[in-house]
Design a binder for this molecule. Structure first.
Ligand code: ARG
Length: 463
């Protein structure tokens, strides 16, 4: 296939150069955005009289045909072309002859690819935001269903204080709302059109950059032509938001894996999201959660790829930048797949309230509440902490719990203890007394759920 750039070059590329140089194998994926961008460019060329209006119209009509034929599968993308831009232009010229050859006036593949990539990332990120919101909605429903189910809260993986499953699930929800925020921030900063920066130094034609920018849904145009074609900060920002979102899914996966183990038994993962073993008939493995945890490494790697491609890269366009696409495509595919599996996996996951409660009943998880009881009766907290520590040791020596320790033993440690100690250290009391904003008390968790649902509503229907 003749190259678009064979201006002063006469000999054909060595096949191995073709192999490393060509990007059509992966950038065929952005054909829609490429054609959309070319339609806007052609319209501007016609409107400004840079090419005849009738030619612009013919180009636009042919581009639209090409798009619907690729969509329908009746036009195959020819992979002997160097990249998707070459293919679309070749196909246009095959159909329109000289008229097709006018499309590339006042444009370079450098601003073209920078434009296409932004359009593509905008579409994909919006899709990812939608999937994140769907997971948030699953989490809110699940949290509501388990708002009163007591479980141990952990620090250092040691039982710490009682919480509820609703409270715990909403923690993950809050993190995911920030992921949506980060993606939207990146989209906002990215939403400037580089079209018209041309190769690096703009163009001698009297073009209109704002018209196509607005037609393509941008808020404005990039303000420096070198930067417009040479910058990929937006790719790093999005990858970083995707990597962070994967980090959250990975940590959540780790908990689901632990919770579904025989040691915990807090949840059962539905069969649809579990696998068995080819040798051990009793096994039910949390593979999907493990894969999400494992695939997080890929997305971190994609982020590192992009950062490293940019390191030391002089302005403006350099072919290194072609390496941006596979990293982003991989991160997008991985995150989408992870979100796709996560929402139904969490939705169908069964929580075992009795097991969570049993785990919360051991481990002296109410020791802080016992100390708070003494503090409320006038003892300084640090002293109350000491007394309760001694009580816990006493319980351990007697193989009993704070709930079952007789009142006279309590009283031998402090005469502030009365019969009401037992209701004060019940798990229900421990949870319901934690009324501080953000805590596990029912009303607080309900407010968290309400806030997340309002967040989803606002994101889905921005007014
Ligand atoms: N396939 C190239 C890319 O993805 C398009 C831009 C090529 N520009 C150039 N001057 N060689 O970056």
């Amino acid at each position: 296939m003749e190259k678009l750039w064979s201006g002063n070059l006469h000999a054909a590329l060595d096949p191995v150069s073709d192999e490393i140089n060509a990007s059509i194998r992966f950038d065929r994926r952005i054909y829609r955005q490429d054609i959309k961008g070319s339609v806007a460019h052609a319209r501007m060329l016609g409107a400004k009289g840079i090419i005849p209006k009738a030619d612009a119209e013919a180009i636009i009509a042919a581009l639209k045909d090409i798009l619907s034929e690729i969509d329908a599968g009746s036009l195959a993308i020819d992979e002997s072309c160097e990249d998707i831009h070459s293919f679309v232009e070749m196909e246009l010229t095959r159909r329109l002859g000289d008229v097709g050859k006018r499309l590339h006036t006042a444009r370079s593949r450098n601003d073209q690819v920078a434009l296409d990539f932004r359009l593509f990332l905008r579409d994909e990120t919006q899709d990812i935001i939608g999937k994140t919101l769907a997971l948030l909605s699953v989490l809110s429903d699940k949290a509501e269903a388990h708002r009163a189910d007591i479980m141990p809260g952990y620090t250092h993986m040691q039982r710490a204080q009682p919480i509820t499953m609703g409270h715990h699930l909403m923690a993950w929800a809050m993190m995911l709302t920030r992921d949506v925020g980060r993606m939207k921030d990146a989209l906002r900063r990215m939403n400037e059109s580089p079209l018209g920066c041309a190769a690096l130094a703009g163009t001698t034609y009297d073009i209109d950059r704002m018209g196509p920018a607005l037609e393509l849904g941008f808020d404005g145009i990039t303000k420096n032509s070198l930067e417009g074609v040479g910058d990929r900060d937006f790719a790093v920002e999005l990858l970083s938001a995707f990597a962070m979102c994967m980090a959250h899914l990975s940590r959540f996966s780790e908990e689901i894996i632990l919770w579904s183990s025989w040691e915990f038994r807090f949840v059962s993962i539905d069969d649809g999201y579990s696998t068995g073993s080819s040798i051990m008939p009793q096994k039910k493995n949390p593979d999907m959660a493990e894969l999400v945890r494992g695939k997080t490494g890929r997305v971190y790697g994609d982020l590192m790829t992009m950062l490293t491609v940019l390191k030391g890269l002089p302005l403006a366009y350099n072919k290194d930048l072609q390496e941006d696409k596979e990293a982003l495509f991989d991160a997008i595919d991985t995150l989408k797949l992870s979100l796709n599996v996560f929402a139904p996996m969490v939705a169908t996951m069964k929580a075992h309230a009795e097991n969570m409660r049993a785990a919360a009943s051991g481990g002296f998880i109410n020791a802080t509440d016992c100390a708070d009881y003494l503090t409320r009766k006038g003892m300084p907290f640090r002293t109350a902490y000491r007394v309760t520590g001694d009580l816990v040791n006493e319980c351990m020596a007697r193989h009993t719990t704070l709930e079952d320790l007789p009142l006279e033993v309590y009283k031998s440690f402090s005469d502030l203890f009365e019969d009401d100690i037992y209701e004060n250290i019940s798990l229900e009391a421990c949870v319901s007394r934690r009324v501080s904003e953000g805590g596990p008390a029912l009303a607080s968790v309900d407010r968290q759920i309400e806030w997340v649902r309002a967040f989803i509503g606002k994101e889905e229907n921005p007014s």
